[in-house]
Design a binder for this molecule. Structure first.
Ligand code: GLU
Length: 248
């Protein structure tokens, strides 16, 4: 069997906190324990939220924590054309449609839509649209029924791609064999497996780890500056102390 490949894939929307330290440790140690490698991937397709300053801080903080990763690091914002090709492939199979709706126009719960009957004139008028996966058409295509998914957005109006597309594309491209990530993302995995089937990509193994919560039992956020790796470091904690504090 080949080497196992895991990845740690943070988004540079703020400084890394204890939750990330634990997630990184999970991904890096699974690879290390099995003689494999752990990649670092920067998931920064959302230019409205990501900053290069935070990307450099990620390198610095992970390095201080003692992690080591192969170079070059994949930076997703540099590969939007590749992600667009995936949408085109699905479009050529007739599995996606343009959606002009705003968030407010969408119903709660499972969403299934249809191509807009006025799409030509709306395109001409310069209206922005997202591309959604049509679960009805996917069901016909796979000859399956009752898939428990909404018509998820695969290309957002504002950024032209989506987390699902970039993440699954890169996991396949980079030969990721084991996806190690938090239980908060577990509900998204089945949908990503569907995309992988449609694209003929391998389906990695998944390990969803527990989350490091704060004292109130809430998820840590990048706004909780008190748990950021760099503030703990500045307070004089050692790398090992920070890793110990990061355990859920
Ligand atoms: N970029 C995502 C995050 O920071 C990671 C998603 C994943 O590991 O698939 O939460």
């Amino acid at each position: 069997m080949g080497k196992i490949i895991t990845r740690f894939a943070p988004s540079p929307t703020g400084y890394l906190h204890l939750g990330h330290a634990y997630a990184a440790q999970q991904a890096f140690s699974l690879a290390q324990n099995q003689g494999g490698i752990c990649l670092l991937r920067i998931e920064d397709i959302d230019h409205t939220r990501c900053k290069s300053e935070y990307r450099h801080a990620i390198y610095e903080d992970l390095d201080w924590l003692g992690f080591d990763w192969p170079i070059p690091v994949r930076i997703q914002s540099e590969h939007k054309a590749e992600y667009w090709k995936v949408i085109e492939t699905l479009r050529d199979k007739g599995l996606v449609y343009r959606c002009f709706k705003t968030r407010k126009e969408l119903p709660e719960g499972l969403y299934r839509g249809k191509p807009d009957p006025y799409e030509d004139s709306r395109i001409k008028a310069g209206e922005k649209f997202a591309w959604r996966l049509s679960i009805d058409r996917v069901q016909d295509h796979l000859d399956e029924t009752n898939l428990p998914f909404s018509d998820e957005v695969l290309a957002r109006k504002d950024i032209g791609t989506s987390y699902h597309i970039a993440c699954c594309h890169d996991d396949a491209l980079q030969g990721v064999t084991h996806v190690v990530r938090g239980v908060d993302i577990e509900p998204l995995t089945a949908f990503q497996n569907l995309l992988q089937r449609l694209m003929g990509w391998p389906i990695p193994k998944y390990h969803h780890h527990a989350l490091r919560l704060n004292d109130d039992g809430d998820k840590l956020s990048k706004r909780n500056h008190d748990t950021s790796i760099r503030s703990l470091r500045a307070e004089g904690y050692t790398r090992q102390q920070v890793l110990d504090m990061a355990k859920p």
